[in-house]
Design a protein around this ligand. Sequence first.
Ligand code: HEM
Length: 156
Amino acid sequence: MFEWLERTSVATWVGESLYGYPFMLALHGIGLAIVVGIFVMRDLRLLGLFSGISYDAIDSLRKLAWTGFSINAVSGSFLFTSQATTFVSNIPFLLKISMIFLATVCAGIIQNRMRDEAPEWDDSGAAAAGSVPLLAGLSIAFWMGAIIAGRLTAYL
Ligand code: HEM
Protein backbone atom coordinates (compact mmCIF):
# COMPACT_ATOMS: atom_id res chain seq x y z
CA MET A 1 0.00 0.00 0.00
CA PHE A 2 2.79 2.49 0.86
CA GLU A 3 4.61 1.69 -2.41
CA TRP A 4 1.34 2.37 -4.27
CA LEU A 5 0.94 5.64 -2.35
CA GLU A 6 4.45 6.76 -3.36
CA ARG A 7 3.61 6.22 -7.05
CA THR A 8 0.47 8.38 -7.05
CA SER A 9 0.50 11.66 -9.01
CA VAL A 10 0.04 13.58 -5.73
CA ALA A 11 3.15 11.94 -4.21
CA THR A 12 5.12 12.65 -7.40
CA TRP A 13 4.07 16.32 -7.32
CA VAL A 14 5.05 16.66 -3.64
CA GLY A 15 8.32 14.75 -4.01
CA GLU A 16 9.58 15.86 -7.41
CA SER A 17 8.15 19.32 -8.27
CA LEU A 18 10.10 22.48 -7.39
CA TYR A 19 7.49 23.81 -4.95
CA GLY A 20 5.59 20.72 -3.72
CA TYR A 21 7.66 19.70 -0.70
CA PRO A 22 8.79 23.17 0.45
CA PHE A 23 5.19 24.49 0.15
CA MET A 24 3.82 21.60 2.26
CA LEU A 25 6.66 21.92 4.80
CA ALA A 26 5.95 25.67 5.06
CA LEU A 27 2.23 24.95 5.64
CA HIS A 28 3.34 22.39 8.24
CA GLY A 29 5.37 25.06 10.03
CA ILE A 30 2.38 27.43 10.06
CA GLY A 31 0.02 24.75 11.40
CA LEU A 32 2.59 23.74 14.01
CA ALA A 33 2.99 27.33 15.25
CA ILE A 34 -0.79 27.70 15.62
CA VAL A 35 -1.70 24.38 17.28
CA VAL A 36 1.33 23.99 19.55
CA GLY A 37 1.47 27.74 20.28
CA ILE A 38 -2.15 27.89 21.52
CA PHE A 39 -2.22 24.56 23.38
CA VAL A 40 1.07 25.28 25.19
CA MET A 41 -0.19 28.76 26.19
CA ARG A 42 -3.38 27.10 27.52
CA ASP A 43 -1.32 24.52 29.40
CA LEU A 44 0.91 27.19 30.98
CA ARG A 45 -2.23 29.05 32.09
CA LEU A 46 -3.56 25.82 33.63
CA LEU A 47 -0.21 25.49 35.45
CA GLY A 48 -0.86 28.87 37.07
CA LEU A 49 1.06 31.29 34.81
CA PHE A 50 -0.47 34.39 33.19
CA SER A 51 -3.20 34.69 35.88
CA GLY A 52 -4.30 37.94 34.24
CA ILE A 53 -5.78 35.94 31.35
CA SER A 54 -9.12 34.26 32.15
CA TYR A 55 -9.61 30.54 31.42
CA ASP A 56 -12.57 31.54 29.28
CA ALA A 57 -10.37 33.79 27.11
CA ILE A 58 -7.78 31.01 26.61
CA ASP A 59 -10.51 28.48 25.88
CA SER A 60 -11.99 30.74 23.18
CA LEU A 61 -8.82 30.06 21.09
CA ARG A 62 -9.44 26.32 20.86
CA LYS A 63 -11.18 26.40 17.46
CA LEU A 64 -8.15 28.16 15.99
CA ALA A 65 -5.90 25.53 17.61
CA TRP A 66 -7.85 22.68 15.96
CA THR A 67 -7.64 24.58 12.65
CA GLY A 68 -3.85 24.55 13.04
CA PHE A 69 -4.04 20.83 13.81
CA SER A 70 -6.08 20.24 10.63
CA ILE A 71 -3.53 22.19 8.55
CA ASN A 72 -0.83 19.84 9.90
CA ALA A 73 -2.86 16.70 9.37
CA VAL A 74 -3.42 17.65 5.70
CA SER A 75 0.07 19.04 4.94
CA GLY A 76 1.67 16.15 6.86
CA SER A 77 -0.31 13.58 4.84
CA PHE A 78 0.89 15.19 1.61
CA LEU A 79 4.51 15.15 2.86
CA PHE A 80 4.07 11.53 3.96
CA THR A 81 2.94 10.35 0.51
CA SER A 82 6.21 11.42 -1.12
CA GLN A 83 8.34 8.96 0.92
CA ALA A 84 5.71 6.72 2.54
CA THR A 85 7.81 3.54 2.55
CA THR A 86 10.66 5.45 4.28
CA PHE A 87 8.58 7.35 6.87
CA VAL A 88 6.52 4.28 7.88
CA SER A 89 9.69 2.63 9.24
CA ASN A 90 11.39 5.82 10.48
CA ILE A 91 11.65 5.69 14.31
CA PRO A 92 11.58 9.47 14.92
CA PHE A 93 8.54 9.77 12.62
CA LEU A 94 6.66 6.95 14.41
CA LEU A 95 7.62 8.50 17.77
CA LYS A 96 6.29 11.87 16.57
CA ILE A 97 2.95 10.44 15.48
CA SER A 98 2.67 8.63 18.87
CA MET A 99 3.40 11.88 20.74
CA ILE A 100 0.83 13.75 18.64
CA PHE A 101 -1.75 11.04 19.45
CA LEU A 102 -1.05 11.35 23.22
CA ALA A 103 -1.07 15.18 23.03
CA THR A 104 -4.42 15.06 21.19
CA VAL A 105 -5.92 12.78 23.87
CA CYS A 106 -4.73 15.24 26.55
CA ALA A 107 -6.19 18.16 24.56
CA GLY A 108 -9.59 16.43 24.40
CA ILE A 109 -9.69 15.60 28.12
CA ILE A 110 -8.53 19.12 29.13
CA GLN A 111 -11.08 20.71 26.77
CA ASN A 112 -13.93 18.75 28.39
CA ARG A 113 -12.73 19.59 31.93
CA MET A 114 -12.44 23.29 31.03
CA ARG A 115 -15.93 23.28 29.50
CA ASP A 116 -17.36 21.95 32.80
CA GLU A 117 -15.15 23.62 35.40
CA ALA A 118 -13.40 26.74 33.97
CA PRO A 119 -16.35 29.13 34.60
CA GLU A 120 -16.16 28.18 38.30
CA TRP A 121 -12.35 28.69 38.35
CA ASP A 122 -12.78 32.12 36.74
CA ASP A 123 -15.59 33.14 39.15
CA SER A 124 -13.71 32.01 42.27
CA GLY A 125 -10.24 33.07 41.07
CA ALA A 126 -9.11 29.54 41.94
CA ALA A 127 -6.36 27.62 40.12
CA ALA A 128 -7.25 24.72 37.79
CA ALA A 129 -8.19 21.82 40.05
CA GLY A 130 -7.47 18.12 40.41
CA SER A 131 -5.56 16.34 37.64
CA VAL A 132 -5.81 19.24 35.16
CA PRO A 133 -2.36 20.74 35.99
CA LEU A 134 -0.79 17.27 35.60
CA LEU A 135 -2.52 16.80 32.23
CA ALA A 136 -1.31 20.26 31.18
CA GLY A 137 2.29 19.33 32.06
CA LEU A 138 2.02 16.05 30.14
CA SER A 139 0.48 17.91 27.18
CA ILE A 140 3.45 20.30 26.99
CA ALA A 141 5.89 17.34 27.17
CA PHE A 142 4.07 15.51 24.32
CA TRP A 143 3.97 18.55 22.01
CA MET A 144 7.67 19.29 22.67
CA GLY A 145 8.45 15.62 22.01
CA ALA A 146 6.49 15.77 18.73
CA ILE A 147 8.46 18.81 17.57
CA ILE A 148 11.85 17.28 18.45
CA ALA A 149 10.97 13.92 16.83
CA GLY A 150 9.50 15.75 13.81
CA ARG A 151 12.73 17.67 13.31
CA LEU A 152 14.87 14.55 13.73
CA THR A 153 12.85 12.72 11.06
CA ALA A 154 15.01 14.23 8.31
CA TYR A 155 18.27 13.28 10.07
CA LEU A 156 17.86 9.80 11.56
C1 HEM B 1 -0.13 18.65 14.98
C2 HEM B 1 0.49 17.75 14.44
C3 HEM B 1 1.90 17.79 13.91
C4 HEM B 1 3.03 18.42 14.40
C5 HEM B 1 3.18 19.30 15.64
C6 HEM B 1 4.12 18.09 13.48
C7 HEM B 1 5.43 18.54 13.61
C8 HEM B 1 6.40 18.38 12.63
C9 HEM B 1 7.74 18.98 12.67
C10 HEM B 1 8.31 19.86 13.79
C11 HEM B 1 8.39 18.62 11.52
C12 HEM B 1 9.83 19.03 11.07
C13 HEM B 1 9.66 20.21 10.16
C14 HEM B 1 10.98 20.62 9.55
O1 HEM B 1 11.83 19.78 9.36
O2 HEM B 1 11.08 21.80 9.23
C15 HEM B 1 7.46 17.80 10.77
C16 HEM B 1 7.77 17.24 9.56
C17 HEM B 1 6.98 16.29 8.99
N1 HEM B 1 5.73 15.88 9.40
FE1 HEM B 1 4.67 16.58 10.94
N2 HEM B 1 3.64 17.27 12.49
C18 HEM B 1 2.30 17.05 12.73
C19 HEM B 1 1.43 16.24 12.05
C20 HEM B 1 1.86 15.41 11.05
C21 HEM B 1 1.05 14.37 10.45
C22 HEM B 1 -0.39 14.04 10.87
C23 HEM B 1 1.83 13.76 9.50
C24 HEM B 1 1.53 12.61 8.58
C25 HEM B 1 0.51 11.93 8.48
C26 HEM B 1 3.11 14.44 9.50
C27 HEM B 1 4.13 14.17 8.62
C28 HEM B 1 5.31 14.87 8.57
C29 HEM B 1 6.36 14.63 7.56
C30 HEM B 1 6.31 13.58 6.46
C31 HEM B 1 7.38 15.54 7.81
C32 HEM B 1 8.65 15.80 6.96
C33 HEM B 1 9.85 15.22 7.51
C34 HEM B 1 11.03 15.84 6.75
O3 HEM B 1 11.08 15.77 5.55
O4 HEM B 1 11.85 16.43 7.41
N3 HEM B 1 3.10 15.43 10.45
N4 HEM B 1 6.27 17.66 11.47
